[in-house]
Structure formats: structure tokens, C-alpha cells
Design a protein around this ligand. Structure first.
Ligand SMILES: [Zn+2]
Length: 336
């Protein structure tokens, strides 16, 4: 799909972000919500709706917010539900603006599944506009402890006050840690069972099969990455703190690449961070070809590689495993 979509994604990210370096940070893109709001999502109204599934025969209608949530939901629901996705793969989820079609989809859905942790900022108004009192909402981050901001920020010259990354709170990128992804699948399974108890057995069987694959992925990550502990890397998208924490890697710096030139001071700060933390790699993302990132990698004397945050790709639930395997291979190469 998605050459154009990817370009748009990278452009919007690059245009909207100014240069700065966040050292040892846990803060992510557009996160303003904290744990408190996660609890709020499991409102009693949702439970009430859960006991009245839309159709007794036929498929229930489920909308998932964005790609990883779509994979997990589709994997569990199988053929029992019509699962659709709100944010088209390749479209920037962090800054997504809902469409009238999104409102319509939620208005007629039985179930809405989201990642939570403040990722889907567009949802609040969209759900309100959809006016669907029967809607069951599943928060796939239920019971998952978000990583909070844990470190000082080194800002560069172009940093602006109103920047999204000023906000602190949990980081939403939990799907990149297989152990937390497993919890997301369990949350979705439980939510679907509550919404449609008649298919309990199917949801349990489907979830078990997918979870088995996730467990195996986790084992592979553990076995591969434990050989080189504390491997340190720089990214320009703050998507990997959970992955890093799980497997004893270190995402030490997030370098947001601006549209214009990096100033000499910016570059110097990045170089200093790389020296201080003995960084082994600089990670961009698939489909994002940025000259500044390339020149920064030269200045830092680091090979520019790709890590996939899984916000774009095929809608096949198995794509999760392929993309995660690719990331593991990249990490293995870098961390040797
Ligand atoms: Zn992200």
C-alpha cells in the first residue's frame, strides 16, 4: 500500500517534530494519559452493554483502532466477527484525525477494541459522536503498567514548548514487547467473551493458538538477546522502551529529526550522547528515507538500520510474527 502512505507518515512525522534528544526517556508520542484514565476505560456501562450482544445468529461487528490491535482481535475473533480497522495501516496513528466513516463504523459496531494508554487520542470525540449506547469497549492495555518518564531530557536548539513529546505519562507502544502483547490478546479474548458469550469456546481456542506463537516469539527473543546484554541503541521514534526493558537492551536516546538542518549544536549533543552511552546502532523505520537521518548516522559514525514499530504493514494477523522476527534479526546483528 503504501508507498504513499508511508511517505506521508514519514513526512508528517518529520515536519511536525523538531530536533531534540531525550535521554533514557520513557515518554512517547502524544501521550497525555496516565494510569488513571486507563481505569476509567473499564466503565460499568461497558459491562452492561457486554451482556447484550448485537446478533444472536450471524457475526458481531467489531472495530479495532489500528494495526496491532486489529491483528490480535482478528486472530481471536476468527470468523465469528466482521473485524474492521479505523486507522488505515501506514497512516500515522499518533496524530490521527477521525473520519465520518469512522464515526459511522463505531455507531453500528457491537465492540470497539483499542490499545489504550493514550494512543488513540481521536477516540474520545469519535465515540461520543457515534452515540452508540450498546457499544462494548475493550481496552487491550488493561492491567498493563505503563512505563513512565524516567530520565532528564537534553533538548536541542530548535526545541519548542508546545511539542507533543513535552507530555509525560505512559508510553503506548506495548505491542512491541511479546509478553505485553500476550496480555493484550488475553484482554481482547476476555472482552470478546463478555460481549458474545456464545462463542466463548472459539475465542479461547483461537487465543490459545495465537498466544502459543507469542510465547515462542518471546523465547526466541530471550535466547537471542541474552547473549549480548545491555546492547544500546538510538531511535527517532520512542517506540521501544518496553522491548528494551524486557530483553535488557537500552534505548538511550530518541533523536527526532527536523525538516530543516540539524544545527552543529544538535549534532554535537547527539554525538556526546552516543559516546557517553556506547551506542551500537541508530534506528530509522521501514519506508522512511531521510537524508538528515543518514547524515546524522555519518556524523555519529553509526550504521543506520531499521526497526519496525508495527504501525504499518499487512493486515494478516501472522504479520506480527514476521515483523517481530525481522526486528529480532536486526537487533541480533547490531548487538553482536
Ligand atoms: Zn508510535
Amino acid at each position: 500500500m503504501t508507498q504513499i502512505a508511508k511517505k506521508n507518515k514519514s513526512k508528517s512525522r518529520i515536519v511536525s517534530l523538531l530536533t531534540f534528544i531525550v535521554l533514557l526517556t520513557g515518554s512517547g508520542c502524544n501521550q497525555t494519559n496516565t494510569k488513571g484514565s486507563v481505569n476509567k476505560e473499564q466503565a460499568p456501562q461497558a459491562q452492561e452493554a457486554a451482556s447484550t450482544p448485537g446478533q444472536k445468529s450471524g457475526k458481531i461487528k467489531v472495530v479495532a483502532t489500528f494495526l496491532p490491535i486489529y491483528w490480535f482481535t482478528k486472530a481471536v475473533a476468527g470468523d465469528t466477527a466482521d473485524v474492521t480497522i479505523l486507522v488505515p495501516p501506514g497512516t500515522e496513528v499518533h496524530e490521527y484525525q477521525a473520519t465520518p466513516e469512522n464515526v459511522k463504523a463505531i455507531a453500528t459496531a457491537n465492540v470497539l477494541v483499542k490499545n489504550g494508554l493514550g494512543l488513540e487520542e481521536f477516540l474520545e470525540t469519535t465515540v461520543k459522536n457515534a452515540q452508540n449506547p450498546k457499544l462494548t469497549q475493550i481496552d487491550a492495555s488493561k492491567s498493563i503498567q505503563p512505563i513512565e518518564k524516567i530520565s532528564p531530557v537534553v533538548e536541542t536548539e530548535n526545541h519548542e514548548e508546545e511539542h507533543d513529546h513535552e507530555y509525560t505519562g505512559g508510553n503506548p507502544h506495548i505491542w512491541l514487547d511479546p509478553v505485553l502483547a500476550k496480555q493484550q490478546v488475553i484482554n481482547i479474548r476476555n472482552g470478546l467473551i463478555a460481549a458474545n458469550p456464545a462463542n466463548k469456546h472459539i475465542y479461547e481456542t483461537n487465543a490459545a493458538a495465537y498466544i502459543k506463537q507469542v510465547d515462542s516469539l518471546n523465547n526466541q527473543y530471550q535466547q537471542t538477546l541474552q547473549k549480548n546484554p545491555s546492547c544500546t541503541f538510538v531511535t527517532f521514534h520512542d517506540a521501544y522502551p518496553y522491548l528494551a526493558k524486557r530483553y535488557n537492551l537500552k534505548q538511550v536516546a530518541v533523536v527526532e529529526i527536523p525538516e530543516d538542518q540539524l544545527t552543529p549544536t544538535d549534532v554535537q549533543k547527539a554525538v556526546n550522547a552516543v559516546k557517553q552511552y556506547k551506542v551500537k546502532a541508530l534506528f530509522g523505520e521501514p519506508g522512511i528515507d531521510n537524508k538528515l537521518l543518514t547524515s546524522l548516522s555519518k556524523d555519529l559514525n553509526l550504521t543506520l538500520r531499521e526497526l519496525d514499530s508495527l504501525e504499518t504493514g499487512s493486515t494478516d494477523p501472522q504479520h506480527y510474527f514476521q515483523a517481530m522476527q525481522n526486528n529480532l534479526q536486526t537487533l541480533e546483528t547490531v548487538c553482536k
